[in-house]
Ligand binder design. Structure first.
Ligand code: SF4
Length: 141
């Protein structure tokens, strides 16, 4: 089902994706339909919640989730580990970077080790990994 989104949010998200790829040294997925679906989901959340909450997760209460910034794109996992589980920001092969994830993270189990091709870019919150893992345990998110 195609979500209805405003032109304004769509343009803002597309612009953000382009800039964030550049900034983080990632690329969008080689299959454009994947990018399109995620962009539409983000734009829909921007329209309905005021924030681009990650569209690839289930939230018991979306309004409540927005109060945390964990899953507002670019989410904490992206800014700490450079891992995008929606496959919006990936390597040229279309794989999410898993190199920096903690050992027991689902991303490593799913994709194995995917090295970061541009280690000099991204991960502005890399020093927050400990806090993130505490949150993952205490507030499953
Ligand atoms: S996983 Fe993170 S970076 Fe990727 S689309 Fe969702 S919020 Fe954005």
């Amino acid at each position: 089902m195609t979500k209805k989104v405003s032109e304004e949010s769509l343009a803002r998200i597309n612009n953000f994706v382009e800039k964030y790829c550049e900034k983080s040294g990632t690329t969008t997925h080689p299959d454009p339909s994947i990018t399109e679906a995620v962009v539409l989901g983000l734009a829909h959340h921007k329209d309905t919640l005021g924030k681009p909450l990650c569209p690839c997760r289930f939230y018991p209460d979306k309004e409540e989730e927005v109060k945390h910034r964990t899953w507002i794109c670019a989410c904490d996992d992206m800014q700490i580990y450079k891992y995008c589980h929606c496959l919006l920001f990936v390597t040229e092969e279309g794989l999410p970077i898993t190199e920096y994830l903690p050992e027991d993270h689902e991303g490593l189990r799913t994709y194995g080790l995917v090295k970061d091709p541009t280690p000099d870019k991204g991960r502005p919150l890399r020093n927050k990994a400990e806090e993130r893992e505490t949150e993952r345990k205490e507030r499953p998110s």
